[in-house]
Design a protein around this ligand. Structure first.
Ligand code: HEM
Length: 515
């Protein structure tokens, strides 16, 4: 097979193999995917095939060619890849047609419940939950009424594992100095607020309490699992990864039907998925719980780092921060809402849509921090038309990959691509959508959420959550970076998988804004 591959057929792109059979270029790619692809583009042009970990991946580097890949839904399938990788990563049985007839289609249909009218409901619920978590942990941290000692509300099926459900101890609620400043680590702050508020919005709360106890232990387990995520996606067997299997089982157990049935205010999306899974006798309780766990990962795995970067870039660019803060006040004032730190604030989906500079800041931080790979598997041998005279011969089973980070960092499309410009996506007071390459307008110029058939169904909810979080932070707090730190950098160890994490956390200080 390999030999046949190396004797390329006519019309096939140049093939790049490594000197270690099977592994090919995997090691170089894994080290710095963006650099690797840029170097190969210089040498081989816009289309080339790389042998990576036994697979043949053809990279299409010219964004003007993207539309032709994205529209080839039938011949270039996304789900063949995700159906192989996701079950192994999250621990549910493969969604095979014969065993679970219709499940894949119904799951796909359920994604609609993250959009349209349901987005409105999700957004409202998220606002309330964000406000709840922020108020109890950071605005009025001495009110510890959320700590509910009843064991039936506990997320962990083995409550003895965490007898100490203190409020978030990484943030010292006591004023640090006379000025009322408190200090914290920014990533920790974002994950503690966003993880819990998103969880409450998606899965609901205990019937008799406003918050689940055991949330910080669950979050810590989630982070441990997430650290292993790139290795699981690379199909490294879970038994080679230390305690990862036990941690995953513990996380999955939180979603067993007997626990979930005691929660109220569960989103329609999750309720519909539970109803769906109940139709399949061959799905055991643990399998259903594992599906729910996969959605937990999908809903926070990228949103948390995206929230971090959006906050970090704003806080490190005070001029942007002040324009965005003013914009929020203007939108509130326009709707006749008076803001005061003693009252809860609500911003509707429509109000969030009016925040043009905030939207642009979030788009810009996503452009700078996202490194997802769009993967399609060829369903047959065919000639892939790319652009003008350009076409490439593709074989059944080959992988076609788009790597939008290369486009996001292209100086021809984005001037000074490494620089955060909060208003890059604003033109004449509206969203800017004109971006060009080789003098041609690009149909796809910003792709943090994937494309075509695999485009993230939670993208509108994700952007709304980030906006809500930023609105509350900017309305209630003065925020500054602590001095003497170097600039945050991207940890590229999960390149190809979504939003990159910062290499190290960032220290910041915050205090209640004067009314
Ligand atoms: C899929 C990015 C937030 C639910 C995807 C994909 C990307 C992505 C790139 C496609 C994966 C691929 O092509 O291989 C993001 C980013 C987010 C975010 C950057 C935050 C900034 C969310 C949220 C939810 C969600 C909040 C749910 C509430 C999903 C689901 C899929 C998905 C269910 C799988 C779709 C399918 O199988 O067809 N996401 N996502 N995502 N995302 Fe998101």
């Amino acid at each position: 097979m390999r030999e046949e591959k190396e004797r390329r057929r006519n019309g096939e792109p140049p093939l790049i193999t490594g000197w270690i059979p099977f592994i090919g270029k995997a090691l170089e790619f894994g080290k710095d995917a963006h650099k690797f692809l840029e170097e190969h583009k210089k040498k081989f042009g816009d289309i080339f095939t790389v042998q990576i970990a036994g697979k043949y991946m053809t990279f299409i580097m010219d964004p003007l060619m993207y539309p032709n890949i994205i529209k080839h839904g039938r011949q270039l399938d996304f789900h063949e890849f995700s159906n192989k990788v996701a079950p192994v990563t999250f621990g549910y049985p493969p969604v095979i047609k014969g065993k679970f007839p219709g499940l894949q289609e119904q799951v796909k249909r359920s994604f609609k419940l993250l959009q349209g009218d349901n987005l409105q409901l999700l957004t409202e619920s998220m606002m309330g939950n964000l406000m709840l978590v922020l108020r109890q942990d950071h605005l009025d941290p001495r009110l510890e009424d959320h700590l509910d000692p009843r064991p039936e509300d506990h997320l962990d099926p083995r409550p003895e594992d965490h007898l100490d459900p203190r409020p978030e101890d990484h943030l010292d609620p006591r004023p640090e100095d006379g000025g009322g400043w408190r200090t914290g680590s920014m990533y920790d702050f974002c994950i503690s607020v966003m993880f819990e508020a998103t969880f409450l919005t998606m899965y609901g709360r205990p019937a008799a309490a406003r918050r689940h106890s055991g949330m910080s232990v669950m979050r810590e387990d989630f982070v441990r699992f997430d650290n292993m995520f790139p290795l699981l996606i690379a199909q490294i067997p879970i038994w080679l990864l230390g305690r990862t299997k036990a941690i995953r089982e513990k996380l999955i157990s939180c979603f067993l039907p007997q626990s979930m049935s005691c929660w109220s205010n569960t989103s329609q999306f999750i309720r519909e998925r539970s109803r769906l899974f109940d139709q399949y006798d061959s799905l055991k309780d643990f399998d259903k719980a594992a599906h729910h766990f996969a959605i937990l990962w999908a809903s926070v795995g990228n949103t948390v780092p995206a929230t971090f970067w959006a906050m970090y870039y704003l806080v490190s660019h005070p001029e942007a921060l002040s324009v965005v803060r003013q914009e929020i006040h203007d939108v509130l004032q326009l709707s006749g809402v008076e803001f005061g730190s003693d009252r809860d604030v609500t911003l509707s989906k429509d109000q969030l849509e009016k925040l043009c500079y905030m939207n642009s800041s979030i788009s810009e931080s996503l452009r700078l921090s996202s490194a997802s790979m769009n993967i399609r598997v060829a369903q047959e041998d065919f000639s892939l038309r790319l652009q003008g005279e350009h076409s490439a011969e593709v074989r059944k089973g080959d992988i076609i990959a788009l790597y939008p980070q290369s486009m996001h960092m292209d100086p021809e499309i984005y001037e000074e691509p490494q620089t955060f410009r909060f208003d890059r996506f604003v033109q004449d007071g509206r969203e800017k959508t004109d971006f060009f390459k080789d003098g041609q307008k690009l149909k796809y110029y910003r792709m943090p959420f994937g494309s075509g058939s695999s485009k993230c169904p939670g993208r509108h909810f994700a952007v709304n959550e980030i906006k809500q979080f930023l609105c509350l932070m900017l309305l209630y707090f003065d925020i500054e970076l602590e001095e003497g730190q170097s600039r945050a950098t991207l940890d590229s160890s999960r390149a190809g998988l979504g939003i990159l994490l910062p290499t190290t956390d960032v220290r910041f200080r915050y205090r209640l804004r004067a009314a």
